[in-house]
Design a protein around this ligand. Structure first.
Ligand code: API
Length: 290
């Protein structure tokens, strides 16, 4: 099976284009667990397939490292946009990509040599609050916040659905040890039957935030595009930042803009790491314990 490994701010996936290769006889969740394993597979945050669409120029599916399929993936969308443009699967710099959450618009910024490094995705309009996801708790505060019982603590955060679900917690200062300790408790909290991506953000000024994430199905990653969009949307709604924000993630910066119509625009890098052939079925199926 031919694959391309791509990364965006360190959030890396194994991309398989069904235009150019066939999949092995294994389920996509199992294939994602296998290729994501850094010891017995290739090593990644998950698997992304690129395929034909009936309602957009191309279709993307994204599977986390644990095999769970997600509705959308911001960093993945930018890499898919780079891939399909550079492989001439589309012939314009603005085109549409179908995800499980719906169709989004991509704009690749083409360099003089015809390559793509920066991509902008219109992620659509976010939805807020317990009603925008499957929420099983009963601790709603206002229109968008809920309180979680986490160990002996109470954690207040904002629920944002940008196609996939996010719980955005404000902290005084982002702390990787805190994210490792609390992130998994939020991700799999009983109040979120479909689990959730857990963001921890601190406001630097009205145009900059620090950001860390514990992703549903992949754990701590260097970057989460949908999480950055969700976080800025939540903070704009609380009037804590302006409409254009630079998000400082572990792996680098994303530029997020909340447009007048409420759509969230995300601009950032997309990088090809390697292309190769995955030997199948020599590798034994494995489950990546998180
Ligand atoms: N873990 C996410 C999918 C990947 C999102 C992230 N890598 C991004 O760039 O948006 C979920 O289960 O909803």
């Amino acid at each position: 099976m031919k694959f391309t490994k791509m990364q965006a701010l360190g959030n890396n996936y194994i991309y398989v284009s069904l235009y150019e290769t066939t999949l092995p006889e294994v389920s996509l969740p199992e294939l994602s667990r296998l290729v994501s394993d850094v010891r017995r597979g290739i090593g990644s945050d998950g698997l992304i397939t690129i395929e034909e669409s009936r309602q957009a120029d191309v279709r993307m599916r994204i599977f986390n490292a644990d095999g769970s399929e997600a509705e959308s993936c911001g960093n993945g969308l930018r890499c898919v946009a780079k891939y399909v443009y550079e492989h001439r699967l589309v012939n314009t710099s603005v085109f549409s990509i179908e995800t499980k959450a719906g169709v989004v618009e991509a704009q690749v910024h083409v360099r003089p040599d015809g390559s793509v490094k920066q991509v902008t995705i219109d992620m659509g309009e976010p939805r807020f609050g317990a009603g925008s996801i499957r929420y099983a708790g009963n601790s709603v505060i206002g229109d968008e916040d809920v309180v979680l019982e986490v160990g002996t603590d109470q954690l207040q955060g904002t629920i944002v659905n940008v196609g996939n679900p996010h719980f955005v917690t404000m902290v005084d200062r982002v702390d990787d040890n805190y994210v490792q300790a609390v992130g998994p408790l939020v991700e799999s909290h009983k109040d979120f039957p479909e689990r959730i991506n857990a963001e921890f953000v601190s406001v630097v000024n009205r145009n900059e935030i620090d950001f860390r994430v514990y992703e549903r199905g992949s754990g701590i990653t260097f970057a989460c595009g949908t999480g950055a969009c969700a976080s800025v949307a939540a903070l704009v709604r609380k009037n804590l930042v302006d409409e254009r924000v630079t998000v400082h993630l572990l792996g680098g910066d994303l530029e997020i803009e909340i447009r007048d119509d409420g759509h969230v625009l995300m601009t950032g890098e997309a990088v090809t790491v390697a292309e190769g052939t995955f030997a199948w079925p020599s590798a034994e199926p494995v489950f990546t314990a998180l």
